[in-house]
Design a protein around this ligand. Structure first.
Ligand SMILES: Cc1cc2nc3c(=O)[nH]c(=O)nc-3n(C[C@H](O)[C@H](O)[C@H](O)COP(=O)(O)O)c2cc1C
Length: 324
């Protein structure tokens, strides 16, 4: 079976993320896969305008009020559509992003927040994408510090995987890398990146229904997505509540000490995966929440219109920049 794996790098040219991504791709190539590397610094990526044009259209097409889905309003204005279209031809994607201020760099986030217009289950439903590529993903966060100063890095990368139904099978936090090439100083980082490439190939070559986690067994606190971020849960829009929730995938349950590792682990409740963001059906429920919020708003439109006008007319001193 032929397969293609793409690495999407958001770090410096010749930087640490790019070196790790290349090492992972070498393993893919040696296993007979076609490979591709893109560095986001080479592309024009506009920020999501927040217009909600994509989700509004999805609602209309779903309700039969609009025939065709035209996608993102920025589709012909930058390179994101070309990048995502290329990603859609791959069975595996490795994302390598540098950690800035605990989270993935803004360049990566700017790119990933455009994924909403490419919600896979919707594109499949309307036939815009013919076949689910069941794409698997490997995530690399690379930073100058250890976990304590990269505490939101991998989890934020994971959070960008859901809309395009990318299944994370491995993740790796590359630590203590400052200057470009720093990864080459450590004995374990290149082999770990290579292992990620091998894991991606293994996942691709495993039947979809048998695929599972191939990353480090003890990684994270959530047994569902392996994130380390569990927080005390609050009521959801429809009253559902869990004592503890995974900040990334939304699994709910209780915190317990794992007998083998002696470390805290989320014990997923019987119904704890009903909000699992990896699950297309659970995410469709979130679409219901969005639609309900929108419908409620439109019911109040007459009351809020004059208030909106009042705020639109309000003016405050701002910073004027003179442009030539
Ligand atoms: C603006 C900025 C913020 C940074 N913040 C962090 C941080 O919060 N945690 C960390 O571990 N490293 C941080 N770093 C270090 C980079 O993550 C590190 O240099 C990394 O190796 C860059 O990856 P690259 O070589 O692929 O570009 C920061 C670097 C910059 C430029």
């Amino acid at each position: 079976m032929s397969f293609k794996v793409m690495a999407v790098c958001a770090g410096r040219h010749g930087g640490n993320g790019e070196i790790l991504a290349k090492e992972a791709l070498c393993a893919v190539q040696e296993a007979g896969g076609e490979v591709e590397l893109v560095n986001l610094f080479d592309y024009n990526i506009l920020p999501c305008t927040g217009c909600e044009g994509c989700t509004m259209q999805m609602g209309k097409v779903g309700a039969g009020l609009q025939k065709e889905y035209h996608g993102c309003v920025l589709k012909d204005k930058d390179d994101v559509d070309a990048l995502v279209s290329e990603m859609q031809t791959c069975q595996g994607i490795i994302f390598a992003a540098p950690t800035y201020d605990l989270v993935p760099s803004s360049l990566y986030i700017r790119f990933a927040q455009r994924f909403l217009a490419y919600e896979l289950s919707f594109l499949l439903a309307i036939g815009a994408v013919e076949e689910n590529p069941h794409t698997v993903a490997g995530l690399i966060s690379v930073g100058g510090s250890m976990h304590d100063w990269q505490s939101l890095a991998l989890e934020s990368l994971q959070a960008t995987m859901f809309t395009m139904s990318l299944t994370v099978v491995d993740r790796f936090l590359a630590q203590r890398n400052g200057r470009p090439g720093n990864v080459l100083v450590w004995e374990d980082q290149l082999p770990r990146a290579r292992k990620m490439g091998e894991n991606i190939v293994r996942a691709i070559q495993t039947p979809v229904e048998e695929r599972g986690w191939l990353g480090d067994a003890d990684d994270g606190v959530c047994p569902n997505c392996h994130s380390s971020l569990i927080y005390p849960g609050d009521k959801h829009w429809d009253g559902i509540e869990f004592p503890w929730e995974c900040a990334v995938c939304g699994a709910g349950g209780d915190l317990a000490i794992d007998e083998t590792t002696g470390r805290p682990k989320l014990k997923v409740a019987e119904n704890g995966l009903i909000r699992d963001r990896n699950n297309d059906a659970a995410r469709a429920e979130h679409l219901n929440e969005i639609n309900k919020t929108r419908d409620d708003f439109f019911l109040h439109l007459d009351e809020v219109k004059p208030l909106m006008e009042r705020y639109a007319k309000m003016e405050f001193p701002t910073l004027e920049i003179e442009r030539a």
